[in-house]
Design a protein around this ligand. Structure first.
Ligand SMILES: [Zn+2]
Ligand SMILES: [Zn+2]
Length: 290
């Protein structure tokens, strides 16, 4: 490679780094918090509940706002606070405080996270977040198929997550401890294998939490992730909701390629709002023809 090309590459690399550097510098001002033994579990709980909260509010509003029901996959279902929301919330807090926190503490004792002064390059950052997501999707797909195909594994470890046939946001982490730790293990293995920058790790965790909450939210909005990713590559909430009600399809949490390859992909029905728009348009066309 010529000297000219090398310097161009260097400029490109540093401009990519410059984009993330202000954000990383700002985060590093909270270095003491990020390196504290409480940070991983606090970050996980606060981010998770922060993502669940808007959907919980929507579920409370739904009975009084008919327009909202048009975006619900199960328009007549609203989770009850006493029987569904509070047990799910309690289980998440209990598992994180009693089991996840001691595990992260053991990891922290080995040495708190090192925060390098330089931010990652933008392209490397994006590539690593996408790779983490694709690896997690593949690993969870294999785990999920296995835990549905082996009756003992299903009964012992995965059945608890299927207690809610019509999912809602707080049901996302309503799962056995084995399932929670398996997901955590895949997550940790991927970021270690790819040697991700701490900013990449944070971004991946935020994205992964958001996508898993969206998968269980029960709302199919025009801006839901599966409507933004082209060519049906992403299944999202519509596909995962179908998995909760039918059990035998759509095992991958996010993307559709593994289910497509293994023949377990089942398309989700169109949401009420699209069917209604179609019906209205069709009625008008019939009216004009007549
Ligand atoms: Zn399942
Ligand atoms: Zn689920």
């Amino acid at each position: 490679m010529s000297k000219h090309n090398c310097s161009e590459l260097q400029v490109l690399r540093s401009s990519g780094q410059l984009l993330l550097q202000p954000l990383w510098d700002r985060l590093r001002t909270s270095e003491a918090l990020i390196q504290s033994p409480f940070f991983p579990v606090l970050f996980a709980i606060v981010t998770y509940l922060g993502f669940c909260l808007p959907f919980v509010v929507l579920d409370f509003l739904c009975p009084w706002v008919p327009a909202l029901r048009r975006y619900k996959i199960h328009p007549d279902f609203s989770p009850s606070a006493r029987q569904q929301l509070l047990p799910c919330l309690w289980q998440t807090l209990y598992q994180h405080l009693v089991f996840v926190f001691p595990m992260t503490l053991l990891y922290w004792v080995r040495g708190p996270a090192l925060l390098p002064p330089e931010a990652p390059e933008l392209l490397q950052f994006l590539r690593d977040v996408l790779l983490c997501l694709l690896l997690f999707d593949a690993e969870f797909f294999a785990w999920h198929v296995l835990h549905h195909r082996v009756p003992w594994l299903y009964r012992t470890f995965h059945k608890v997550h299927h207690q809610n046939a019509s999912p809602f946001a707080l049901a996302t982490q309503y799962m056995s401890l084995w399932e929670l730790f398996s997901l955590g293990f895949f997550d940790l293995m991927n970021i270690t294998l790819l040697r991700c920058h701490p900013l990449t790790v944070l971004a991946f965790h935020v994205l992964n939490l958001w996508l898993s909450v969206e998968d269980h939210s029960g709302y199919d909005f025009p801006w839901s992730t599966h409507r933004l990713v082209p060519f049906g590559w992403y299944g999202g909430v519509a596909h995962h909701d179908l998995h909760h009600s039918q059990f035998t399809c759509n095992f991958a949490p996010y993307f559709t390629h593994w289910d497509r390859i293994l023949g377990t992909l089942r398309p989700a029905p169109l949401p009420a709002i699209i069917l209604q728009n179609f019906a209205e348009r069709f009625t008008w066309e019939i009216y004009w023809v007549i």
